[in-house]
Design a protein around this ligand. Structure first.
Ligand SMILES: Cc1cc2nc3c(=O)[nH]c(=O)nc-3n(C[C@H](O)[C@H](O)[C@H](O)COP(=O)(O)OP(=O)(O)OC[C@H]3O[C@@H](n4cnc5c(N)ncnc54)[C@H](O)[C@@H]3O)c2cc1C
Length: 430
């Protein structure tokens, strides 16, 4: 496509075209890109954020905000507003069959927000987007990062503006820095020529929300059954979210969706799953869930990969969120650790752009977060039990790690409640 220079538009549209030289261009307006853009705007950095979709996600995928994420959202002034609409979870219990095997108590954390806040991802995204708009940074929807050239110490991006009939315009954007928060198929990661290594086999989950008379609504439950894992998140008001691991989709999808591949984020309808199969599965993995399945609000079959980028960036382009890593949904680590990366990356960029810090501040961004993800994805060994650790916890130490809704110091403290410690890192290098 030929590059077009931005044309002068009517006043109301002035901010709707990509700038030629923003200090930072954020590609992707999911939770991670929105957080990065907001934290940059808070530091007075001139930022532009684009997304190829035509509007924010009308979806409720990741829904649990870790205590750490709440603290960062408080830093950008949004915790109170979000908490008004969130449901608080104080405990997470581990079950195997009818047996309650272990428990995490978030209220024991020395955290400002000692609980997990459950709220739909689209409310989080909508709140972040509004906050950005108030700071004069509207998300440019329908704008796709189509090409990115890195080299010669710069970043050259081609941003396409899409209309109903496809790409309508193309803009040449040369930001000082580029943040790739463009999800699992990241163009930025491709431009960086970074590998996306499969760390463990993908896992399939039946994800569904229902209204029912279920267990106490202040407690989330992780279930282990054979080699399968599941999690129940109460959403408040008798609504619950189940994510249950399955071997294959065979028999789960409603016939009208049979020919569809796994759903992608976007305009695809949710493929409803067969109700009887969901009942059967729930009974098998969580026999204590006595409620019949009540009203199923939506259901979806999702394939979760477990991958890690070979690097989180270089020079002018840096990755955060699903663009850099994917994991199982149980502990809600993908989105939450992604939000923390976004905040950290924005701070570092702010230091470089506003306070003349050297650009190598970004190299340690790469090292720190890739190291953390190698740990979360189990590549640095499993959590280590102590002499008095319960035998069930000891046996399941590796499986417990991705199920814990926490990261950083909170993860250490939550694992300690179970008598586990993160493996000591004898060699920090990869
Ligand atoms: C059904 C379902 C359930 C889930 N449950 C959980 C859960 O329980 N816990 C959990 O932690 N995670 C869960 N996830 C994953 C979670 O949604 C992601 O981890 C989270 O959305 C990642 O945020 P992100 O901003 O990095 O990426 P995304 O949310 O994928 O956002 C990326 C954005 O980039 C845009 N984009 C992509 N390419 C371009 C381009 N070239 N130009 C411009 N824009 C572009 C996309 O349109 C998108 O808006 C679930 C996902 C699904 C589908």
């Amino acid at each position: 496509m030929k590059l077009a220079s931005p044309q002068p538009l009517e006043r109301a549209d002035v901010f709707q075209i990509p700038q030629e030289r923003p200090e930072v261009l954020v590609a992707g307006a999911g939770p991670v890109g929105l957080m990065a853009a907001l934290a940059l705007a808070e530091q007075g950095v001139q930022v532009q954020i684009i997304d190829q979709e035509k509007r924010p996600a009308a979806r409720s995928y990741a829904l649990a905000l870790h205590p750490q994420s709440l603290r960062l959202l408080d830093e950008v002034g949004l915790a109170d507003e979000l908490l008004e609409r969130a449901h608080r979870i104080e405990r997470l219990a581990f079950y195997e069959g009818m047996e309650r095997r272990a428990e995490l108590d978030f209220s024991a954390l020395p955290a400002e927000f000692p609980f997990v806040a459950v709220l739909p991802q689209q409310i989080l995204e909508g709140t972040l987007e509004s906050a950005l708009k108030r700071r004069g940074v509207p998300v440019l929807w329908n704008h796709r990062l189509a090409e990115l050239h890195l080299g010669g110490g710069g970043a050259a991006a081609l941003v396409e503006r899409h209309g109903p009939a496809g790409a309508e315009d193309g803009f040449d954007v040369r930001p000082e820095f580029l943040v790739g928060a463009d999800g699992h198929r990241s163009i930025v990661r491709h431009a960086l020529q970074a590998s996306y290594v499969e760390m463990a086999p993908a896992e399939l989950f039946a994800v569904f929300e229902l209204i029912a008379d279920g267990p106490p609504e202040g407690e989330a439950r992780v279930v282990f059954s054979g080699d399968k894992t599941g999690v129940l998140w109460p959403l408040g008001g008798r609504r619950y979210r189940w994510s249950l691991q399955v071997d294959e989709w065979e028999g789960f999808e409603e016939p009208r969706f049979k020919s569809r591949l796994y759903p992608e984020v976007g305009d695809e309808p949710f493929p409803y799953l067969v109700r009887d199969k969901l009942s059967e599965l729930t009974l098998k993995l969580a026999p204590w869930f006595e409620a019949d399945l009540g009203e199923i609000v939506w259901s979806m079959a999702v394939r979760f990969e477990r991958r890690l980028a070979g690097r989180f960036g270089h020079g002018k382009a840096w990755l955060a969120g699903d663009a850099a890593h994917l994991t199982s949904p149980v502990g809600a680590q993908s989105m939450n650790v992604g939000i923390r990366e976004a905040y950290d990356l924005a701070r570092r960029l702010g230091f470089i752009l506003r306070e003349d810090y050297p650009p190598d501040l970004l190299e340690s961004y790469d090292a720190t977060h890739r190291h953390e993800w190698r740990q979360l994805l189990g590549a640095r060994g499993k959590p280590e039990p102590g002499p008095s650790t319960d035998s069930w916890v000891r046996k399941h130490a590796a499986r417990i790690l991705p199920c814990v809704p926490g990261s950083g110091d909170d993860l250490i403290l939550l694992l300690r409640q179970l008598g586990l410690a993160l493996p000591v890192d004898h060699h920090h290098s990869d």
